[in-house]
Design a protein around this ligand. Structure first.
Ligand code: URA
Length: 210
């Protein structure tokens, strides 16, 4: 199984300081098998909570994502959520583990796992949450601020929609900016669901990689 094989990955050094590799799943603890989903959401890398719990987007950014998915009429249990990089990269600050952006080399080293997920899950539409995932799939010149919500056609890939990363929204300097970015994330998720032909109602197919 991919989710077991990834635990033995030594493609870069990030495994040394991480608790575990975090692979995608439909929802935390989902045991549903045989994937085929409409939307695949790709974030950057697991955070502190994800590293401990072994599931993507279960910490504060995940809670915000859940809220936006709900508002967009999308059932999180019916989308496949994962990250471009599977190990948590961090640096110590006092007792805390502070997120560090993965390097290009680390992103490239992890790419075969993302490709394996894409091939197994076979999503109709990919949603990139934030610049790291967007640049991994759409090239280093891609700017989420300028092109979020627009459907990108990529040869040999399902259509891609890039949008704000929930962590960026949590860090927004003002309430006004936070609300505006949240509204944009919800709209972009709706656009992705519409492109997948589900118009905000992701179909009730069973999926999961475990
Ligand atoms: N941020 C991400 O990009 N992914 C997670 O799983 C959690 C936070």
């Amino acid at each position: 199984m991919l989710s077991e094989a990834v635990q033995r990955c030594r493609g870069c050094d990030l495994y040394r300081n991480a608790t575990q590799a975090v692979f995608g799943d439909l929802e935390a603890g989902s045991a549903v098998r045989h994937p085929r989903v409409d939307l695949m959401l790709i974030g950057e890398q697991p955070g502190d909570s994800e590293d401990r719990e072994g599931h993507p987007f279960v910490g504060p950014a995940g809670k915000l994502l859940d809220k936006c998915l709900e508002e967009a009429g999308i059932d999180r249990r019916r989308v496949y959520v994962t990250n471009a990089v599977k190990h948590f990269k961090w640096e110590p600050r006092g007792k805390r583990r502070i997120h560090k952006k993965p390097s290009l080399r680390e992103m490239h080293a992890c790419r075969p796992w993302l490709d394996a997920e894409l091939e197994t899950v076979g999503p109709k539409v990919i949603v990139c949450l934030g610049a790291t995932a967007a640049q991994a799939l759409l090239g280093s010149g891609f700017k989420v601020t300028q092109a979020h919500g627009k459907v990108q056609r990529v040869a040999g890939s399902p259509p891609v929609v890039a949008t704000w990363h929930p962590s960026a929204i949590l860090r927004a300097p003002t309430d006004e900016e936070r609300h505006s970015q949240m509204r944009a994330l919800v709209e972009d998720l709706r656009a992705a669901a519409k492109t997948a032909g589900t118009a905000g109602k992701v179909s009730r197919r069973k999926s999961g990689l475990k």
